[in-house]
Design a protein around this ligand. Structure first.
Ligand SMILES: [Zn+2]
Length: 273
């Protein structure tokens, strides 16, 4: 199981990226998930950023923020069902245990972000946490559970029992910490903006999944629910990250998924930290 811990700070606020897991997608994984380009175009796009299509990967990067008396985890990984599950070991590497997490913010409710909330026998992994997600995302999630599209009723029951706070998509959370709307991948996806002492961190969640999307923000994965929304969301989020010169976190980029976005022609480029 993959586990790793990458500490950093934003204006004196202690943060870290905790790896929950990583997997190799390779050529087959990219071609199956991304219908907007050909193998030759993907090979060229990866070559232009010094990578290989055959080594394409996907990580689960969980953000930890220690701020204002709270220890906040952003998303919970996949809990080893079947991927991920490394967050417990990654927390241990950081000198922490799951019962020290006071809040879990869910950027959205896809299973690689929420299955890690419960153990294999449906107990809460973070027994002292309260939970926060957007009102729009919760409505979308409950609808999918009611329609039988996903079987997440045990997670919803746990959230209801432990306490869940539903917020608007651009809401203040703590001093310096606000959510930002990132609709399209799911209707209620949120990212985060943390600002302190002139430094900015942007968490872009699943607004972008692969490094070729900086140069080609119009190429979307099949699991973007509505690409007529997700593509403009991606462009706006990347423009904001570039113009703010923000340290930027992308949940699925190679661990730790941190870097800075810069403008490149009509698209973008990525300087990883
Ligand atoms: Zn995801």
């Amino acid at each position: 199981m993959d586990a790793a811990y990458y500490p950093f700070s934003v204006g004196g606020i202690a943060c870290a990226v905790l790896l929950d897991g990583a997997s190799l997608l390779g050529k087959e994984g990219i071609l199956r998930r991304y219908p907007d380009a050909t193998e030759a175009e993907f090979r060229q796009a990866f070559a232009e950023i010094g990578r290989s299509l055959d080594d394409a990967d996907s990580a689960f990067n969980l953000l930890l923020i220690e701020h204002d008396g709270e220890r906040i985890l952003v998303d919970a990984g996949e809990g080893g069902k079947p991927k991920g599950g490394g967050v417990i070991e990654s927390l241990r590497l950081a000198g922490l245990s799951p019962d020290g997490i006071t809040q879990v913010i869910l950027t959205h409710t896809h299973r690689d972000h929420v299955l890690g909330l419960l153990t294999h026998d449906d107990q809460p992994v973070f027994p002292n946490a309260r939970y926060l997600l957007s009102r729009t995302e919760m409505a979308y999630w409950r609808g999918r559970v009611q329609q039988g599209i996903v079987d997440d009723s045990a997670i919803l029951a746990m959230l209801d029992a432990q306490g869940v706070r539903l917020i608007e998509m651009d809401a203040p959370i703590l001093p310096g910490l606000t959510t930002i709307p990132l609709p399209g991948h799911t209707p209620g996806q949120i990212g985060l903006r943390l600002e302190a002492q002139g430094e900015t961190l942007l968490h872009l969640a699943d607004a972008l999944h692969q490094p070729f999307q900086f140069a080609h923000p119009e190429w979307s994965p099949t699991f973007d629910l509505d690409t007529s929304v997700s593509v403009p969301t991606r462009r706006e989020a990347l423009a904001r990250a570039a113009d703010d010169h923000a340290v930027t976190l992308c949940y699925h980029l190679t661990f730790p998924g941190l870097g800075r976005v810069k403008r490149a022609g009509t698209a973008f480029a990525w300087d990883k930290l």
